[in-house]
Ligand binder design. Structure first.
Ligand SMILES: Nc1nc2c(ncn2[C@@H]2O[C@H](COP(=O)(O)OP(=O)(O)OP(=O)(O)O)[C@@H](O)[C@H]2O)c(=O)[nH]1
Ligand SMILES: [Mg+2]
Length: 378
């Protein structure tokens, strides 16, 4: 994604992740970078000497402010790139955390993201300290050995302070969550890969008008809205999108949102079925993996096979089969419902599936009542 206002950046992408180049560029764009050149590398964790020199030569002309290494470079690789190029180096985790930091919607989210960023930075700072002891520290990037030592101490003490503050905030939240459980209302967490159409479905069901968009991470803070379905009050929760290979730092940064998912009664898993079989398979696997990490896989799940307005009948059948087999092999209790948030197809069936999967409606599927203000939907 190009933006004339973005910071000029280079992207280094490992060959094994070339299929993800578009996703990487979208994320870079959302984080505010304008990618002026893309470099391929053989490894996900390092860059060969020849490539470093080639990049450095071009960087003399282009003068990028940042290099995004869309992989998991070792601290020593980041050190080498920074030292040779004299620019900031951002890896995949740091890039995603930058986006999250820009959009954090609550104090808790902000503190969690800061904590994740510090934890991610510590190994890099340790590498700088190690190199400074070896006398390799370049003078151009500011601090000498002593300054780096004290920066490290600053980070670790900030980390303890953040831990304390988050512990307090969690106490407040657990009181709120307990009240939520005692309210007796059914909570449905809308989850799924970034851009699958979670917010569009949330809006269609609840009559809200939250922002939707093609770019990833349009939604970063959750929103609750209650609607009446089959005489049952159901609270829908719109959440942040998943992405593949979510690193533990990022899962942790979203502890508060993910906990909301974990204590829900039903998971509504939105999948964009207009994409290729391979992409659908990969994104479903990424979603299942994230749900497993947050211990939410045991919950009943309704899978919304979304964007069917872009899929023909035969292709849809095979997509539904694909979703069913992925859910079966993950051992889920699930139902698949084809939907379109665009023309509202399948929404009535989606709501019926939700109420029946938790035993609220039994065979009364035809009795779905109007939900939010947009009564025409149902
Ligand atoms: N054709 C079609 N487009 C859809 C449908 N649902 C969503 N979209 C489009 O897909 C894009 C992403 O929709 P969102 O609702 O923002 O997706 P999201 O899952 O909430 O995305 P994030 O919050 O970024 O994770 C938008 O451009 C929507 O207009 C659908 O059923 N059909
Ligand atoms: Mg959204």
């Amino acid at each position: 994604m190009k933006s004339s206002l973005g910071e000029k950046a280079y992207m280094i992408i490992p060959r094994s992740l070339l299929d993800h180049l578009e996703e990487a560029s979208v994320l870079a764009g959302v984080a505010g970078y304008d990618i002026v050149r893309v470099w391929r590398t053989r490894y996900t964790w390092r860059v060969g000497r020849g490539l470093v020199d080639a990049i450095a030569r071009e960087a003399e002309k282009d003068k990028p402010s940042t290099i995004i290494f869309y992989g998991d470079p070792k601290p020593s690789t980041v050190f080498t790139l920074t030292k040779t190029m004299k620019v900031r180096v951002v890896d995949r985790v740091a890039l995603i955390l930058e986006i999250f930091a820009k959009h954090a919607g609550s104090r808790e989210a902000l503190l969690q993201i800061e904590m994740a960023r510090i934890k991610h930075e510590l190994p890099l700072v340790r590498e700088w300290i190690r190199r400074s002891k070896l006398g390799e520290l370049p003078g151009f990037l500011g601090p000498g050995g002593y300054a780096i030592d004290s920066y490290y101490k600053h980070l670790t003490s900030r980390l303890s302070k953040l831990r304390r503050e988050l512990r307090e905030l969690r106490k407040v939240r657990s009181v709120r969550l307990k009240a939520r459980r005692e309210s007796g209302m059914i909570h449905v967490a809308i989850v799924g890969y970034a851009s699958a159409g979670k917010t569009s479905l949330f809006n269609a069901i609840t009559g809200e008008s939250r922002r939707v968009g093609e770019e990833y991470f349009t939604t970063l803070h959750p929103k609750h809205k209650a609607v009446q379905v089959n005489g049952v009050k159901i609270v829908f929760i719109d959440t942040v999108g998943f992405i593949r290979d979510v690193p533990p730092e990022i899962v942790e940064a979203f502890h508060s949102v993910l906990e909301e998912i974990r204590i829900s009664d039903v998971i509504m898993f939105v999948v964009d079925v207009s994409e290729s079989d391979n992409i659908v398979r990969e994104k479903v696997a990424a979603g299942i993996e994230t749900l497993a990490k947050i211990e939410a896989l045991g919950l009943p799940m309704v899978i919304a096979a979304n964007k069917i307005d872009k899929v023909d009948g035969e292709a849809l059948d095979s997509k539904v089969k694909l979703l069913e087999s992925a859910a079966l092999s993950a051992g889920l209790k699930f139902r698949v419902v084809p939907t379109s948030a665009l023309d509202y197809r399948g929404l009535k069936e989606l709501l019926s599936a939700i109420t029946s999967i938790i035993g609220c409606s039994g065979a009364r599927e035809e009795m779905v009542e109007p939900g939010g203000p947009r009564e025409r939907i149902f």
